[in-house]
Write a protein that binds this ligand. Sequence first.
Ligand code: SF4
Length: 243
Amino acid sequence: MKAISIIKKNKLLIFVALAYLVVFVISPDKAMKSVGNSVYYLVEMLQVLPVIFLLTVVIEALVPKEMIIRGFGEKSGFKGNLLALLLGSISAGPIYAAFPISKTLLGKGASISNIVIILSSWAVIKVPMLANEAKFLGINFMIIRWVLTVIAIFVMAYITGMIVKKKDLPVDSKKTETLEIKEDYCIGCGLCAKLLPEYYEMNQNKAVVRKVPEGKDALQAVKESIEKCPSKAIILNKEEKTP
Ligand code: SF4
């Protein structure tokens, strides 16, 4: 039983090993070339991935969730799309380096559409790539391809965002609290911001969320502020979190 579960968990690895075995039997020369290529990419990955994992840890630990939600979340709109395009375009490193970063951004509240834009622009319209393209194929070719590629990326992002939901992704999920203020209900009395300035602030006479409460004490304090809000404008939701 244990052997079967190990095989199930590593089926892709086993398939690749078997493919190598078959190629070794049929054509040892090609198999050796293939091993050489694999070693080359393995060494490249070992050089790149530690930096990428360090970057994901920095994003996870130092970048506030609210900042990611504002910049790349569901409600970030076209501005968020442009920011995602910029992030993907100025990135460096191979495309596989983008996946751990994308997973971290998703876990912090980035939308699926914006992740598609980051991944796609990282893969096909990085700035150094464009510079080389203009040098070898001409500036006109580069500009036309860039414009058409950006249009295709945006279309792809919107379609993927409509079809794929976060709960469909193969990552562990757990419930987490999110704080919301119904703008239409808020009468701008400022009580919440006075009680808990860490979690609320006033903006143009309306309360806005500064920080999502984490931990038992913070949640309790926020629940009390919800009860005190005279217009019942503050709502604590539970939603799926993809870490
Ligand atoms: S306490 Fe309620 S009504 Fe008053 S500012 Fe905060 S959210 Fe708005």
